[in-house]
Design a protein around this ligand. Structure first.
Ligand code: SF4
Length: 584
């Protein structure tokens, strides 16, 4: 059972380990433990850039033991939304933490100069100078910090130039091909003068009930590789969505002005798979290999000087940096993904800002004086590469505002963000909008509203049914995320499997108790959100959602309003007696 938390204060340069057996016993790990620690350690109303804003990274006891259980959960106060910051990353981090003996790592304070952390077992923490890494892109930093012969399992996470400039949607790269992508964790690292964290896990995992473990492991493994439950993620990967969404008119193109993209064929999963894919990469103990890596030849000088670039691609970056910007050039999209990778930017929020700038420029709200002579035009990826450079360097007030993820009031009707977070590439219907709005971290994966819409195309579904699905799915996911389950494996890990896996490791929960735990975690997240100023009245839906037909037809504003009222009522019921705290 996990029990130890490693606390590191960058200001005093001190660290210590605290045993919190009861906390991990009550919430397992992941998002459950993280939200409890956020309540405890994040002062009410804290400035996200303050040294007091804690970075909380939590592992799970199931990590590395079962197929597709890979996620480390990080919580912090988000500089992008000013509220709950929650980001999940695959890769080796959580497992390395566990092997080093830590269920969680908490980082507070601010270093005098840029530093990186080297963490190993028994509370050993070295705070090392990172001035030479300033301006270095995250993947290069990871390469430079990697030990050629690490002791045990090594995981390295690093930031890029966007973090150093506090861009509110800067990300943190994990082991090269994984990301704490959303809600600006990179900016919080930057504010702490923290460039990277290296964790060396030297321990071993001992399993008492080895025969039961082997049986369950094999059952889950077979389900992952011998059924079609995860086939899509291995085969074309999430870019398979391009065709599927285009066909049902749910593929938002050019800032949601369209619901289909005329060049979808050129940027489809099939196209990338046939022409650019060179390999697939997996998290530890996952046979799926969902991370698809493309190879692009980059000509950087005369005489045919070529640099081969390896660029990971997924549906969301293809959508947000491609289809969303009217780009039908597959290499152009890869170059934009590469630019985001270079600076350490969340691709999804970057794409949201770029498409807003383009439309605002067309409408005359943004001028060449603002963009510094760049003419943003749909499809012109080269101009977007230059704008990305300016978003990070912030040479004027316009780019400074964009780097905060904000737009002027008069442009908000076509600023495609919900709850302050740039939306994912689905125009499936009302459940996607409601789901993203009421999802605790304003992510489409909080509760899969897009999937609910797709299942019910052409049907009349009551608002009650929709809201009930979204809340109960998010509650279920709160438990999956506390166990580190990759959501691509959500069809494998039903309540019974999770319960069995936990029992083998000595956690004796019934399914009912797990469900109650999910409700508790959900409640804690909402209590934190309300504490930090969230309110349903402040939620805003850009008019564009209602102007462009979705896969479910035109969405009525009244439907969204009714669903929000109902969601508020339901969430208040879940808060129960605690709701008094929210109201007061
Ligand atoms: S499906 Fe992909 S993200 Fe999920 S655990 Fe496997 S490799 Fe990692």
């Amino acid at each position: 059972m996990l029990k130890n938390i490693l606390f590191i204060d960058l200001t005093s340069k001190e660290s210590f380990v605290e045993e919190r057996r009861e906390l991990f016993g009550e919430f397992i790990g992941g998002s459950g433990v993280a939200i409890k620690l956020l309540h405890e350690l994040s002062p009410r109303g804290v400035d996200p850039f303050s040294p007091e804003n804690p970075i909380i990274m939590v592992s799970s006891p199931l990590l590395g033991l079962f197929t597709s259980i890979s996620k480390t959960i990080c919580m912090f106060k988000s500089p992008l939304t000013g509220n709950l910051g929650e980001s999940h990353a695959g890769g080796k981090l959580g497992l390395a933490m566990k092997l080093a003996g830590y269920g969680a790592i908490v980082i507070t304070g601010v270093a005098e100069k840029p530093v990186y952390l080297e963490i190993s077992s028994n509370g050993k923490v070295n705070i090392k100078g990172a001035s030479s890494l300033l301006g270095v892109h995250p993947k290069k930093a990871i390469e430079l910090l990697s030990d050629p012969k690490p002791v045990g399992l090594q995981s390295i996470i690093a930031t890029g130039p966007a973090s150093e400039k506090f861009v509110c949607f800067a990300n943190v790269v994990v082991d090269r091909h994984n990301y704490f992508g959303r809600l600006g964790l990179g900016a919080v690292f930057g504010a702490k003068n923290l460039k990277a964290v290296k964790v060396n896990g030297e321990g071993k995992i001992k399993i008492e009930r080895i025969d039961e473990y082997k049986l369950l492991f094999n059952e889950i493994y077979r389900e992952a590789v011998e059924t079609n439950k995860m086939l899509k993620y291995h085969d074309l990967g999430t870019p398979a969505n391009v065709h599927a969404l285009n066909e049902i008119k749910a593929l938002p193109a050019r800032n949601f002005l369209l619901n289909q993209f005329e060049e979808a064929e050129k940027v489809s999963g099939e196209l990338y798979g046939d022409n650019y894919l060179i390999r697939k990469v997996s998290c530890p103990n996952c046979p799926i290999g969902c991370k698809h890596i493309a190879l692009v030849r980059s000509f950087f000088a005369k005489q045919h000087e070529i640099e081969p670039l390896e660029i990971p691609y997924d549906y969301e970056p293809i959508y947000t940096l491609g289809i969303n910007l009217g780009i039908g050039n597959p290499v152009g999209i890869l170059k934009l993904i590469s630019a985001c990778d270079f600076y350490g930017l969340d691709a999804m929020m970057t794409g949201t800002m770029l498409s807003w700038i383009t439309e605002a420029y067309e409408k005359g709200m943004v001028t060449k004086e603002d963009t510094l002579d760049i003419e943003p035009r749909w499809g012109d990826y080269e101009s977007y590469v230059k704008i990305i450079d300016y978003i990070v360097k912030m040479p004027n007030a316009f780019y400074m505002q964009i780097s905060r993820g904000k737009v002027p009031e008069e442009g908000r009707d076509f600023f495609m963000a919900l709850g302050g977070n740039g939306v994912a590439g689905y125009h499936t219907g009302p459940a996607f909008i409601i789901g993203t709005l009421i999802g605790a971290r304003h992510s489409h994966v909080s509760n899969a509203g897009y999937s609910f819409d797709q299942k019910h195309i052409g049907e009349k579904v009551s608002v009650d049914e929709m809201v009930d699905f979204l809340i109960s799915e998010e509650i279920r996911r709160c438990v999956l995320e506390s166990c580190g389950v990759c959501l691509f494996a959500r069809r494998i890990y039903d309540w019974e499997k999770i319960q069995k896996a936990l029992t083998i490791l000595g956690y004796n929960y019934t399914v009912e108790e797990l469900k109650e735990m999910g409700r508790k975690i959900y409640r804690e997240k909402y209590l934190y959100k309300f504490r930090e100023g969230f309110s349903f009245e402040k939620l805003y839906v850009p008019k564009r959602f209602f102007e462009t037909s979705s896969a479910s037809g035109f969405i009525e504003k009244e439907t969204i309003d009714e669903a929000l009222r109902l969601a508020e009522k339901r969430i208040m019921e879940i808060l129960g007696e605690e709701k008094e705290k929210v109201i007061s």
